[in-house]
Design a protein around this ligand. Structure first.
Ligand code: NAD
Length: 349
C-alpha cells in the first residue's frame, strides 16, 4: 500500500500527523478499508464508529478515514472526554457477502486488543453490530442507542441557539429541512414532530424516505438537490460530508444550520461565508457528540443508565452556549471558535 507511506500521506489535506493507520484487507472475504487513529494514548482506547460505504477508490476511503478520525479527536475533546479519535471505513463491495466482510473485520478488531472501540456509522445497523459482538468484544452502542442520544444532543443545542436567535428556546412552530432521514434523522423527527410546523425531508434512498414519510406523514418530501434551498428556520445536514460547500452555501435559505453529519463544511472559508450570510452554523462535532457520550458511558459502566447518559449529553448545551456567545460577541463563525477551543485541548493532551 504505497498510499500509506509518510510522504504520500502528507499529500492528503486531511492528514494531520495521524498516529497510525491500519490497512484492512482480506481478498477472500472482500474486506477492504482503513482504521485511522488520529490521537491515541497507551493507557486509553480511541473511539470512533465504523462506516460501511461505497468508495470510488482506496484513496477516497483513506481520505474519509483521515478526516473523520481527526474530527473524532475534536469531538472527544469538546465533550470533555479523555479518549483519542479514530475511525474505521470499510469499502462496500456488493460482490461479497456483507456478513462475511464484517466477520473478518471483527478479527482485525480483536487483533487491536481494545485499542479501538467502535460501533455503527453510515451503512451499518444495530443488528449487524450485535452479530459482530458474538466474536468481538470491542463493539459499543448495543445497550445504549447512540442515534437517539446524538439526536437529543442536537435538540438541546438547537434550543440554546434559538434562544439567542429567536429570543425563545421554545421550538413550537419552528420549520426544518432534514437532509438524510437515516438513523439520526429519524430519531430527531421523533423529538420535533409534534410541535414543529413545516418539516421538509429528503433522502437518496427512496425506500427509506417512503418508510419515514409513512411514520411521519406531515413531513414534506423534496428532492435531494432541493433540500438545502428550503426556506426554514433550521437546516439539518444528517447525511454525508461536505454538504456545505462553495455552491450550496449561496443557496441556503435558513437561519440556523444544525445537523448530525460529520465534516459538513467543505472548508473553513465556507463557514465564513455562512457567517457573512447571517446564518448560524452549529459546529457538527460539538452538537453531534451525544452518540459518542452514550457509547463511552456504555464502555465505562456495566450497568446501563439512561439518566446518566442524558445528564452527560445535556452538558453539550453549556459548550454550545459558550460558542454561541463568543461568536456573537466577536462576529466570528462558530466553527472557528470551536476549532480554536478544541485545538487548545488537544494540544494539552
Ligand atoms: P445513516 O446511514 O443511518 O443515514 C444517512 C442517510 O442519509 C441515509 O438514509 C442515506 O440514504 C442518506 N443520504 C446519503 N446521501 C444523501 C444525500 N446527498 N441527500 C439526502 N440523503 C442522503 O447514518 P446516521 O447514523 O443517521 O448518520 C448520519 C450522519 O450523522 C453521518 O454523517 C454520521 O457520520 C453522523 N453521525 C452519526 C451519529 C450516530 O449516532 N449514528 C453520531 C454522530 C454523527
Amino acid at each position: 500500500m504505497n498510499i500509506l507511506t509518510k510522504s504520500s500521506l502528507k499529500k492528503f489535506p486531511e492528514y494531520d500527523n495521524h498516529k497510525s493507520i491500519v490497512y484492512l484487507n482480506n481478498p477472500k472475504t472482500g474486506l477492504k478499508g482503513f482504521i485511522a487513529f488520529h490521537k491515541n494514548s497507551k493507557s486509553t482506547p480511541s473511539f470512533g464508529a465504523t462506516r460501511y460505504l461505497k468508495y470510488k477508490s482506496e484513496k477516497e476511503a483513506l481520505r474519509d478515514a483521515l478526516r473523520l478520525s481527526r474530527l473524532m479527536s475534536y469531538k472527544s475533546a469538546m465533550a470533555g472526554l479523555k479518549y483519542g479519535g479514530a475511525k474505521a471505513v470499510i469499502m462496500r463491495n456488493d460482490k461479497f457477502s456483507k456478513e462475511e466482510i464484517l466477520k473478518s473485520y471483527s478479527q482485525y478488531l480483536n487483533r487491536l486488543s481494545g485499542k479501538f472501540i467502535t460501533g455503527t456509522d453510515v451503512g451499518l445497523d444495530l443488528n449487524e453490530i450485535k452479530k459482530m459482538k458474538n466474536n468481538c468484544k470491542y463493539l459499543v452502542g448495543i445497550k445504549s442507542n447512540p442515534e437517539k442520544y446524538t439526536a437529543i444532543g442536537i435538540f438541546v443545542s438547537i434550543k440554546v441557539i434559538s434562544k439567542k436567535i429567536f429570543k425563545t428556546s421554545n421550538l413550537k412552530g419552528r420549520t426544518y429541512a432534514i437532509q438524510g432521514v437515516g438513523k439520526v434523522g429519524y430519531e430527531f423527527l421523533k423529538l420535533i414532530y409534534k410541535n414543529a410546523s413545516n418539516i421538509y425531508i429528503s433522502d437518496t434512498n427512496n425506500k427509506r424516505l417512503k418508510f419515514v414519510h409513512e411514520i411521519f406523514p406531515k413531513t414534506i418530501i423534496v428532492k435531494p438537490s432541493e433540500i438545502h434551498k428550503q426556506q426554514v428556520d433550521i437546516y439539518m445536514p444528517c447525511a454525508l460530508s461536505y454538504g456545505l460547500n462553495k455552491k450550496s452555501v449561496n443557496e441556503l435559505n435558513c437561519k440556523i444550520i444544525a445537523g448530525s453529519a460529520n465534516n459538513q463544511l467543505e472548508s473553513i472559508a465556507v463557514a465564513d461565508r455562512i457567517q457573512n450570510r447571517n446564518i448560524f452554523y452549529a459546529p457538527d462535532y460539538v452538537i453531534n457528540a451525544g452518540g459518542l457520550i452514550s457509547v463511552v458511558d456504555e464502555y465505562k459502566h456495566n450497568n446501563f443508565s439512561a439518566k446518566r447518559i442524558k445528564d452527560g449529553v445535556s452538558k453539550i448545551k453549556y459548550t454550545i452556549e459558550k460558542i454561541t456567545n463568543e461568536s456573537f460577541k466577536k462576529n466570528i463563525s462558530p466553527a472557528r471558535i470551536a476549532n480554536e477551543i478544541a485545538e487548545k485541548i488537544i494540544h494539552k493532551m
